[in-house]
Design a protein around this ligand. Structure first.
Ligand code: SF4
Ligand code: SF4
Length: 436
């Protein structure tokens, strides 16, 4: 059997990608109302630029970056600002949001470009500002503002660029479809980022359950300094540090970032969005979302305007089956369970998963010290020990046990026979340490 590159530890959840991996990306009709939270990326929320009653054009900036680690927000449709108010956010809280009422008489076929005179290349001088003003973030789920990764601080250099095409979360197939249907855009975006950073070589890591995408990317590759790397199907193959281990056999030291070892990682969807920006001037106003799971009547990969309410996206896919018990935004490992159908699709929304059996419906038992969580953790942590420390509120000791290295992949929770919510406890532990 052929062996492919991979990282150490990790888990093998069932893939469940068969329902949507063969389905081309489709578009949905424009709906009556769009909800744009000002906070839909990592960092400071965007600052609102519009007033109630104001008419806006599709693609127009409606909120500006609220700092360097922040980005702008654009109207997904031509219409009118009907309210600026608190609305349910996928993170479970209420968030200040711009509400747009769609102009039903507009065809919504054109948009206001954010990059006037786009000529297919990133401008040498203002590339960072341009990507920030286009509102582009990491589309793998984390929604980290992409311009920050294009901004290399004084004294730092980038040798390697790694593009993440793993899509290791079960059920999700949106990145797969983007790589398969738009390999040129992904490859062009990679070249643009690579040349901007001055990287020596670039790699695209793709799990081998997407061989058709690997073939498409290889066919679109015209440069000898770019390589497509087939990777073992294993979770969390797409986590930055795991991916760097798999592709380059390099380790990011504790408390450091990939840039500290001259590496930058981006998502394939982000690369495609940068190509759209430089070729058409388009800001980020839509993204591909996978709707799947046994509770979705018609699974699909859908190009969704940002801000579309969850209920409208589900309706586009025929609605939910009557036995649906749980809705998750994202994948089953790192996604967020949703209580309301009124939440909007944000920049980080890669999937909608409707389950007929809740992902976790067993009671918790005491830790039996079986060690499985240690064998699963890609960061070589001891989740069993850390969870005891967190529950005892021993933040100093949790810190000494490297809880801050946890990236909340939930591999430990997945394997725990006692059904202990280890990843949630790691998250709580990290919040405790931040308050020290
Ligand atoms: S997997 Fe669960 S039961 Fe086993 S050692 Fe870890 S926390 Fe304890
Ligand atoms: S401790 Fe953190 S990084 Fe390790 S398996 Fe659990 S969630 Fe993942």
């Amino acid at each position: 059997m052929q062996r492919y590159a991979t990282f150490r530890h990790g888990v093998h959840p069932a893939e469940h990608k068969e329902a949507t991996e063969g389905l081309p990306i489709e578009r949905m009709r424009f709906v009556d109302e769009y909800i744009l939270p000002l906070a839909q990326h990592i960092g400071a929320p965007s600052k609102c630029l519009v007033k109630v009653g104001q008419r806006v054009e599709r693609g127009q900036m409606i909120a500006a970056a609220g700092g360097f680690i922040s980005t702008s927000l654009h109207a997904p449709v031509t219409g009118t600002v009907s309210a600026i108010e608190m609305r349910p956010h996928p993170n479970g809280k209420l968030a200040e949001s711009i509400i747009l009422k769609t102009d039903r008489f507009d065809s919504q076929s054109s948009f206001k470009p954010v990059y006037e005179g786009a000529d297919g290349s990133l401008p040498k001088k203002d590339a960072v500002h341009l990507v920030q003003s286009a509102g582009i973030v990491g589309l793998g789920g984390a929604a980290f503002p992409s311009h920050v990764k294009l901004s290399v601080p004084e004294g730092k250099t980038v040798r390697f660029l790694v593009l993440n095409g793993c899509e290791c979360e079960p059920y999700l197939t949106c990145d797969h479809r983007v790589m398969l249907e738009h390999p040129r855009k992904v490859m062009r975006g990679l070249e643009l980022i690579m040349d901007h950073l001055g990287a020596e070589r670039a790699y695209i890591g793709v799990e081998v359950n997407k061989m058709d995408a690997i073939d498409a990317l290889r066919a679109a590759c015209t440069r000898g300094d770019i390589e497509v790397i087939p990777l073992t199907v294993k979770y969390p193959q797409g986590a930055e540090k795991a991916l760097i281990d798999s592709v380059l056999k390099m380790a990011v030291p504790t408390g450091k970032l990939p840039l500290d070892i001259e590496i930058v990682v981006n998502n394939v969807g982000t690369a495609a969005a940068i190509t759209d920006l430089v070729e058409t001037g388009s800001p980020l106003i839509e993204r591909v979302v996978t709707l799947t799971g046994p509770g979705i009547r018609r699974p699909a990969n859908v190009m969704v305007p940002l801000g579309t309410p969850l209920r409208d996206v589900i309706e586009h896919c025929g609605g939910l089956t009557s036995d649906t018990r749980q809705l998750i935004l994202g994948g089953p490992m790192m996604g967020m369970a949703q209580k309301s159908l009124d939440v909007p699709m944000t920049k980080g929304a890669s999937g909608v998963l409707a389950l007929t059996e809740p992902a976790n419906n067993r009671a918790e038992d005491p830790c039996i010290r079986c060690g499985r969580c240690l064998e699963a953790c890609p960061m070589f942590l001891n989740p069993s020990r850390i969870h005891f420390l967190v529950r005892a509120e021993r933040a100093e000791q949790a810190k000494a046990s490297h809880v801050m290295d946890c990236y909340e992949c939930a591999s430990c929770s997945f394997v725990c026979p006692s059904n202990i919510p280890l990843a949630q406890l790691m998250k709580i532990g990290k919040a405790m340490v931040r308050q020290l």
